[in-house]
Design a protein. Structure first.
Length: 440
């Protein structure tokens, strides 16, 4: 699998570089043990159909719980503070034999169960149903492959299939952003989560680089461009187009902080602080990434503000494909107002995009000849339907009650209109998300 080979190549290169760094670093006398984990707020979360947001929070909670147990043991050993070659070798083994497979497996669960699985659960309505998930062992113990199997009916549309195909990559991007929020909240980059962050942040890049042509059976990106081209047949999108556009994902300071934190931990056993651009009493960071949408690729310009431990995130996004343009803005601020143990925040998104084509066309998806390229002269949907625009919004209020310094509860309640928003239902629906918070 090309994705796995690229990951192993990058990982192997980083190990070689670290061995060279370790040879010139001094080996100080062992010092007393110190705290290995900067405290952060993690959540056990539930929402409708278990979206990538709820699933991502639960996976981060599970990995953090394992980190805490592991660190409680390691804090009493030289591995936690010594700079001797022996301690560095132990940390290398820890990162490669414990956190690499754990992080990779978390990515696969997010991708399959809370990505493809969520979108199938959302569409359902008798159109599509998950029949099975399959997971291989994560590297270095297995190939790292995974798959979601599902059955479809004639009512499923090409837009539905486009959304299902891209849902794994969509959910991986959400998990990478949730990881960013954890690092911002603690003002620390957790080196044990470095691989977790990178494989999710660059999930699209890995998929795009694992295919040289456009046609691989069962390949997410191959299926995405195939069904997108059948829906909007007047302009063909290729995997190579997505591969080139996805390099914008490198505009991301968290990537470089994560790589440095990995090496810093290997060298010293310590976590790494999170530098930010000072703007008065706030810290600021920015970045950009590529989204996949049911209408074509889309650029997102990301902004992060931090004062205290609750980041404020806001974005602008825009895309264009096959004669359509689509754009949106949004903000997420978990704690805007605080009253004693209570805090209130908001999440708000506004977009203008083509209408989602979720009504079956005259030609059923089962009857489409997928071996023949789409014909722009006989589109599945008339041009007026393909280019009809609609406004949409999602708004929710976030209420948090902090019982004490460790435990708390959070509820997010709101509403979303019909339209595409990453990690949300394609249909008009309530937003209900309940969380049990633990600071550890």
């Amino acid at each position: 699998m090309m994705k796995l080979r690229i990951l192993c190549l990058l990982f192997g290169s980083s190990l070689l570089a670290q061995v060279q760094i370790a040879e010139v670093l001094p080996n100080p006398v062992a010092s007393p043990s110190f705290q290995l984990l900067a405290p952060g707020s993690y959540a056990i979360c539930y929402d409708i159909n278990m979206s990538p947001y709820a699933g991502g929070e639960d996976l981060l909670f599970a990995t953090r719980l394992i980190e805490t147990c592991f660190s409680s043991i390691a804090s009493k050993m030289p591995i936690s503070y010594s700079k001797s070659m022996y301690a560095r070798a132990l940390r290398l083994a820890e990162l490669s034999l414990v956190w690499l497979p754990l992080n990779y497996f978390a990515m696969e669960v997010q991708h399959e169960v809370f990505g493809h699985g969520y979108r199938i659960r959302d569409i359902n309505h008798g159109k599509v149903k998950v029949t099975d998930y399959d997971f291989d062992g994560p590297p270095p113990y297995g190939s790292g492959g995974a798959a979601t199997f599902f059955s479809i009916s004639k009512q499923l549309t090409t837009t539905d299939m486009t959304c299902i195909s891209m849902a794994g990559i969509e959910s991986s991007q959400i998990l990478s952003q949730l990881t960013q929020f954890k690092w911002l909240g603690s003002r620390t980059v957790d080196p044990r989560q470095t691989i977790l962050y990178l494989v999710n942040r660059y999930n699209l890049n890995l998929y795009a680089s694992s295919i040289e042509g456009d046609e691989i059976e069962g390949h997410d990106l191959s299926n995405y461009v195939r069904f997108l081209n059948y829906t909007y047949s007047q302009k063909r999108l290729n995997v190579s187009d997505v591969r080139n556009l996805a390099w914008i994902n490198l505009v991301d300071p968290f990537t470089y902080y994560a790589l440095f934190a990995w090496f810093h931990y290997l060298s010293s056993g310590k976590e790494t602080g999170l530098p930010m651009i000072p703007i008065k009493e706030y810290g600021y960071l920015f970045g950009a990434h590529l989204n996949l949408t049911p209408f074509g690729p889309e650029y997102s310009f990301d902004n992060y503000l931090l004062k205290g431990s609750a980041p404020i995130y806001f974005y602008l996004k825009s895309g264009w494909h096959a004669g359509n343009t689509y754009e949106g803005i949004g903000i997420f601020a978990k704690e805007l107002w605080t009253f004693n143990k209570f805090s209130i925040g908001i999440r708000s998104d506004l977009w203008r995009q083509p209408k989602l084509l979720l009504t079956p066309a005259d030609t059923s998806i089962i009857d489409i000849d997928l071996d023949s390229p789409p014909n722009p002269e006989t589109p599945l949907y008339p041009s007026s339907e393909q280019h009809r625009k609609q406004l949409g919004f999602a708004f929710s209020t976030i209420g948090t009650y902090q019982v004490n310094r460790v435990y708390g509860f959070q509820a997010e309640l709101g509403y979303k209109t019909r339209g595409f928003l990453p990690g949300y239902s394609l249909y008009s629906s309530p937003v209900v998300r309940i969380s049990y918070l633990i600071n550890f």
